[in-house]
Design a protein around this ligand. Structure first.
Ligand code: ADP
Ligand code: ADP
Ligand code: ZN
Length: 217
């Protein structure tokens, strides 16, 4: 199983990917998370990337392609993986095609989570993330049991710098101009699955599972 999960920021990619990764036993490759982790560890890559991320801009294609290539070439990713938040530009999609060709494989499905702008904004401003384990919450839709503490590990929850209003608008514009065109790139290959993301967590997940079952059959 080789999956790609797409959609605007705040669509629910991370939340749905987490379950897919567990249920299908996939190697999770989230470029956003990899950048944030590298930043936390004080690595040069992370510090450079965070300058783009905080403003809501995309990290340069060559840097992003390189970290994905490294991960895909690791043994664990050979048979099954899930890419969350990559590719985000047509150039990245082309680079990914080259990598997959080198690996002698292709994508099983491209899951595109579709959500209206109003819903996106509400989801992004309410998102909270655990500092220790990266679990994701929402102040209204998925509040933790104890305020500002992670249910899973007790870690402190924080609001990502790029989820603050100043960056959010920029991220949405960039999604429209740079990332959305990828949908056309995958259309016509018979792998694109559009999923209505404006439903409960469970309903969205059920739709994804159903589509995957049909594709595999
Ligand atoms: P979201 O889940 O809200 O869509 P991500 O965690 O996927 O956000 O990404 C956060 C930020 O990291 C992006 O806004 C961008 O700055 C950077 N980033 C993540 N993936 C990529 C990518 N494939 N190309 C360029 N920048 C990326
Ligand atoms: P993405 O990775 O696409 O940016 P996330 O999975 O991080 O999106 O979700 C963004 C925010 O919206 C999080 O706070 C998450 O808890 C919440 N969220 C995700 N899916 C749903 C849903 N189906 N209904 C309500 N809230 C959701
Ligand atoms: Zn946690």
């Amino acid at each position: 199983m080789k999956l790609l999960v797409m959609g605007p920021p705040g669509a629910g990619k991370g939340s749905q990917s987490k379950r897919l990764v567990e249920d299908y036993n996939l190697t999770n490759i989230s470029t956003g998370e990899m950048f944030r982790e590298a930043y936390k560890r004080g690595e040069k890559l992370g510090i450079e990337a965070m300058e783009y991320i905080e403003k809501g801009n995309l990290v340069a294609d060559d840097i992003t392609n390189e970290i994905v290539r490294k991960r895909l070439m690791k043994k664990a990713a050979e048979s099954s993986f899930l890419l969350d938040g990559y590719p985000r530009t047509v150039n990245q999609a082309k680079a990914l095609d080259d990598m997959l060709e080198e690996m002698g494989t292709r994508l099983t499905a491209v899951i595109n989570i579709v959500v209206d702008k109003e819903v996106i904004l509400e989801r992004m401003v309410g998102r909270r993330v655990c500092k220790s384990c990266n679990a994701t919450y929402h102040t209204k839709f998925r509040p933790p049991d104890k305020e500002d503490l992670c249910d899973e590990c007790g870690g402190e929850l924080y609001q990502r710098e790029d989820d603050k209003p100043a960056s959010v608008r920029n991220r949405l514009n960039i999604y429209e101009s740079k990332t959305k065109p990828i949908i056309d790139y995958y259309k016509g290959r018979g792998v694109l699955v559009n999923i209505n993301g404006m439903q409960s967590f469970e309903a969205v997940y059920a739709n994804i599972r159903r589509s995957l079952r049909e594709i595999i059959r």
